[in-house]
Design a protein around this ligand. Structure first.
Ligand SMILES: [Zn+2]
Length: 82
């Protein structure tokens, strides 16, 4: 899915027969929380249909790589001035 930048801390385990749990951190681009939950909704449906995983838990994280680069650039500029 193109909305998802990265997935980490992925764990899948069985709670009972036919009851599969999944937990993962999902990195998406910085956006409205309501949009993020639409992505989660899509992920949950796809996991259930394709893999029979019916108890997923996701933690959403915003991809802040661009913002972080911006902060580094600003601090370098202010170093030159100072
Ligand atoms: Zn994480």
């Amino acid at each position: 899915m193109s909305d998802v930048k990265e997935v980490h801390h992925l764990h899948i385990w069985t709670l009972a027969s036919n009851f599969y749990a999944l937990s993962a951190h999902v990195v998406i681009k910085d956006q409205m929380l309501s949009k993020g939950y639409l992505i989660i909704d899509k992920l949950e449906k796809e996991l259930e249909v394709r893999f029979g995983i019916n108890h997923p838990t996701f933690q959403l994280e915003a991809d802040l790589s661009n913002e972080q680069n911006e902060v580094i650039k600003i601090s370098r500029d202010s170093d030159k001035k100072g």
